[in-house]
Design a protein around this ligand. Structure first.
Ligand code: ZN
Length: 165
């Protein structure tokens, strides 16, 4: 499933579904797996039998969807890689956050152009976070970056894309 998020209207996109927030609340949400800063929730969503909290990291600007079942058992953490601006809803473009970053590094542009599903096939969420942080010039957890680097050859073999972060 591809996750996207409209920062302006607090709408979570899950594949073709648009899930508006049922609550907007800022709470501490644990620790960012990319940089270790405390995550802050942005909005709360309900979809099927799942509750999803979208939260953001003030340290590295990562945005996550944390998925729970209805009794708040944690199920999954997803790095949201696609953002939507008001001019580009439903497309695959970026919000201000990503657009400001593009141009900073060729590695980042390459990485950002790879569909998240492909990245998730080979890399763990923490490794993907580390790769994006590194490509953006932000701090990252080296161990995750090193783990990711060991898989670049595999990614190239499978998808024909050479990552160099
Ligand atoms: Zn972070």
């Amino acid at each position: 499933m591809i996750y996207g998020y409209d920062l302006k209207n607090n709408i979570l996109y899950m594949d073709e579904y648009q899930v508006p927030a049922y609550d907007i609340e800022t709470n501490e949400m644990g620790v960012c797996s990319a940089c270790g800063a405390s995550l802050l929730s942005i909005s709360y969503h309900s979809f099927d039998d799942k509750l999803i909290i979208v939260d953001t990291c003030p340290g590295c600007n990562s945005i996550y969807a944390h998925v729970y079942n209805t009794d708040w058992t944690w199920l999954d953490e997803i790095v949201i890689s696609h953002f939507f601006s008001e001019n580009n809803q439903g497309g695959d473009g970026g919000s201000g956050i990503i657009k400001e970053r593009v141009g900073a590094s060729v590695s980042f542009q390459l990485l950002n152009s790879i569909p998240m599903k492909q990245l998730q096939t080979i890399f763990s969420p923490a490794e993907i976070n580390a790769m994006f942080a590194r490509a953006k010039g932000d701090e990252c957890i080296r161990q995750y970056l090193y783990n990711a680097r060991k898989k670049y050859g595999t990614f190239d073999d499978v998808f024909g894309i050479t990552i160099n972060v």
